[in-house]
Ligand binder design. Structure first.
Ligand SMILES: Cc1cc2nc3c(=O)[nH]c(=O)nc-3n(C[C@H](O)[C@H](O)[C@H](O)COP(=O)(O)OP(=O)(O)OC[C@H]3O[C@@H](n4cnc5c(N)ncnc54)[C@H](O)[C@@H]3O)c2cc1C
Length: 390
C-alpha cells in the first residue's frame, strides 16, 4: 500500500490530522490503531445491558476555545453537561470541590462566606510560594480539609505523597468560598449528544482518501506500507524501543457493575432520583476503599433507561507495554522525556503528536487545538517540500 501519510493512532490527534490533511491537502492517509475502534481513550460504547459507558474512564468535554468547539461541532451536536462531583468520607457524601456548602457540612450549621473566609484564615498554613501539591492545599485550607479530601486520594492515584508531586496536580482543583460547586472552570461544558464514538464516525466519513486499519500495530504493519510521512501518536519511548528508558506512567483498572430498575428502586433515597445508583456523576473516595472514584456517566449522557452501570476506578502501577494513562508529574519525569524529545528532533520524517508521543497530560480540547496547529505546520511543510520537488 502506498499513501502520503501513515497515521498511527485513531484517537483525537490522529483523527483531526487525517481529516485536515485529507480534506485540505487532498493527501491520502492510512490510520492504523492496535485497538479495535476509533476514538482512542475517548471511545464510548453500549455495554451488554444497553447503557452507554466510557470504556477508558469518564471524558468530560470542556473548553474555553471557541475554535475547538466549532471545529468538533461540524461532527456532533452538543449536549450541555453539569459535571457534578461529590466526595465520600466519614460515612457521608460531601459537597466538592470545597465551597461554602462543604464548610456548612463540616460545622453542622448554616454559615456565611465571611465566616468561612475567617475560618480558612485561621487554619491555613502560611507558605508564600507552595513548592508541591501538599503545600498548595494546606496553604489554602489547612490540614483538616487537606486530609479529608486530598491526601488519601492523591496517594492512591499516584502512589506518592502529595508532597512529592508537582504543585499543579492539586492546584487544578478549585477551592471556593461561595456556593459555586462546579468542578471545572471552562466556559463551555458539554458532551457529544450522540456520544464520542458517533462523533468520530462522522469525522471519518468526512475524510477523503482515508482508510483505517484496526487491530494493527505500527511495528507489524510498517514494512507493508510505503508512505511519505509518518504521524505517530503512540508512546514515544515505545517507538524508540525504550533506548532511553521506560517513561513513568500510572495505569488504571476499570470495574463495571450493572443495576436493574428493581435494584435501583431500593437506592432511590440515596441517589435522589429513579434510575440512578448515586446522587452525582462522580463520587470521589479519598480515604475509604482501594478505588479512587465511582462514575455513573448516565448523569451526563442524557440516556433515558431505567437501569444503570457504574464504574469503579482503581489506580495501578504501569508496566512496560501496559496501558499508559497518566504521565507521572514529579520532578524527574520531564528530564526522562527530554532525552526522547532530543532523539525525535533529529528524525525529520516523523511528526510526534498527542498525549503519549509528547508525554503530556492533555485535555481533549488541548489535544484538538494542538492537532489543528500541527495540521497547519504540516500543510506548510508539505507545500514547501512540493515546491522544492517541482
Ligand atoms: C482516565 C482518563 C480520563 C480522562 N478524562 C478526560 C476528561 O474528562 N476531559 C478531557 O478533556 N480529557 C480527558 N482525558 C484526556 C483525553 O483522553 C486525551 O486528551 C485524549 O484522548 C488524547 O488523544 P490522543 O489522540 O492524543 O491519544 P489517545 O486517545 O490515547 O489515542 C492514541 C491511540 O494510538 C493507539 N496506538 C498507540 N500506539 C500504537 C501503535 N504502536 N500501533 C497502533 N496504534 C497505537 C492507541 O491504541 C490509541 O487508540 C482523560 C484521560 C484519561 C487517561
Amino acid at each position: 500500500m502506498n499513501v502520503d501519510f501513515l497515521i498511527v493512532g485513531a484517537g483525537f490527534t490522529g483523527m483531526v490530522l487525517a481529516e485536515r490533511l485529507s480534506n485540505e491537502l487532498g493527501a491520502s492517509c492510512l490510520i492504523v490503531d492496535r485497538r479495535g475502534h476509533l476514538g482512542g481513550n475517548a471511545y464510548d460504547e453500549y455495554d451488554d445491558h444497553g447503557v452507554l459507558v466510557h470504556k477508558y474512564g469518564p471524558h468530560y468535554f470542556r473548553t474555553d476555545k471557541p475554535a475547538v468547539r466549532d471545529y468538533l461541532g461540524r461532527f456532533t451536536e452538543w449536549r450541555p453537561a453539569h459535571y457534578q462531583i461529590l466526595a465520600w468520607t466519614r460515612g457521608r457524601y460531601w459537597r466538592f470541590p470545597i465551597n461554602l456548602n462543604t464548610f456548612e457540612q463540616l460545622i453542622g450549621r448554616p454559615a456565611t462566606e465571611e465566616e468561612f473566609k475567617a475560618h480558612l484564615a485561621s487554619v491555613r498554613v502560611p507558605i508564600s510560594q507552595p513548592a508541591n501539591s501538599e503545600e498548595v492545599i494546606v496553604s489554602q485550607v489547612g490540614w483538616e480539609l487537606y486530609e479529608m479530601f486530598f491526601k488519601g486520594y492523591t496517594q492512591k492515584q499516584w502512589r506518592k505523597s502529595p508532597a512529592e508531586l508537582d504543585a499543579s496536580v492539586c492546584a487544578r482543583i478549585p477551592i471556593r468560598t461561595n456556593r459555586d460547586d462546579r468542578y471545572l472552570r471552562e466556559s463551555f461544558q458539554a458532551i457529544p449528544a450522540a456520544g464520542y464514538t458517533r462523533m468520530f464516525e462522522r469525522m471519518l466519513a468526512a475524510c477523503q482518501r482515508t482508510m483505517v486499519l484496526f487491530h494493527a500495530d505500527y511495528h507489524a504493519v510498517r514494512q507493508h506500507v510505503s508512505y511519505r510521512k509518518l504521524i505517530f501518536t503512540g508512546a514515544i519511548d515505545e517507538y524508540y524501543d525504550y533506548r532511553a528508558g521506560v517513561l513513568p506512567y500510572r495505569s488504571l483498572r476499570f470495574e463495571r457493575e450493572h443495576f436493574t430498575a428493581e435494584q435501583l428502586a431500593a437506592r432511590q433515597a440515596v441517589a435522589g432520583k429513579a434510575g440512578f445508583w448515586q446522587p452525582a456523576l462522580q463520587v470521589n473516595y479519598p480515604n475509604e476503599f482501594d478505588y479512587t472514584r465511582i462514575v455513573e456517566v448516565k448523569h451526563v449522557t442524557g440516556q433515558t433507561c431505567d437501569n444503570t452501570t457504574i464504574v469503579r476506578e482503581y489506580p495501578l502501577d504501569y508496566q512496560r507495554g501496559g496501558e499508559a494513562y497518566y504521565p507521572v508529574p514529579d520532578a524527574t519525569s520531564p528530564r526522562q522525556y527530554q532525552a526522547y524529545a532530543e532523539i525525535a528532533a533529529r528524525d525529520p520524517h516523523v511528526y510526534f503528536a498527542g498525549r503519549l508521543a509528547t508525554y503530556r497530560y492533555y485535555n481533549m480540547d488541548q489535544v484538538v487545538d494542538a492537532a489543528l496547529s500541527l495540521a497547519e505546520q504540516i500543510k506548510a511543510d508539505w507545500r514547501a517540500g512540493a515546491r522544492r520537488v517541482a
